[in-house]
Design a protein around this ligand. Structure first.
Ligand SMILES: [Zn+2]
Ligand SMILES: [Zn+2]
Length: 165
């Protein structure tokens, strides 16, 4: 389990405590009012490997194609390091559709830092935001950090000297 709890800042990087940010959504005590918060809560759900929330926050169309066990093992296999929101489009409380582009940094099972870069589409169903689909943005997509950038694990070392290949 990553080193975050109710008192430290949330996995999603909001600077708010987990218990005041993504946790109430993951526990389904509340629904995220905007698409970006749903996206953030899904990232945090990967960090705590809560596959049941990852299923329930997905659109029924997607849920049919997904297997909860597969999601859980993928979430556990990787160490979730950092979320970067690149841009958002619509997805506000009055909207029915929204897009969020993000990069999720994780250390894979071989110890290499990877970037999952995605533009996600969210739809509102019965007043609740759900994750519908995602694409890898063409051209701009990167899978690994720049070799001379600081490693996203927070060690302060360059990627090439830390979780680089
Ligand atoms: Zn959060
Ligand atoms: Zn590192």
């Amino acid at each position: 389990m990553p080193a975050s709890n109710n008192m430290t800042s949330c996995f999603c990087g909001s600077q708010l405590p987990f218990g005041e940010c993504c946790e109430p959504f993951i526990l389904e005590k509340a629904f995220p009012p905007i698409a970006e918060k749903l996206m953030r809560s899904r990232y945090s759900a990967f960090a705590v490997a809560d596959s049941s929330y990852l299923m329930s926050s997905a659109h029924p169309v997607l849920r049919k194609q997904q297997n909860e066990e597969d999601i859980k093992s993928w979430a556990l296999e990787n160490k979730w390091q950092k979320l970067e929101i690149i841009s958002t489009k619509s997805g506000q409380s009055e909207d029915e559709k929204g897009e969020v582009e993000f990069k999720a940094y994780y250390i894979d099972s071989e110890g290499i830092m990877q970037i999952h870069h995605e533009r996600s589409t969210f739809l509102k169903e019965d007043g609740r935001w759900l994750y519908h689909s995602g694409i890898t943005p063409p051209k701009t997509a990167v899978k690994t950090p720049n070799r001379n950038d600081l490693c996203a694990c927070g060690s302060g070392k360059k990627y090439k000297n830390c979780h680089g290949r």
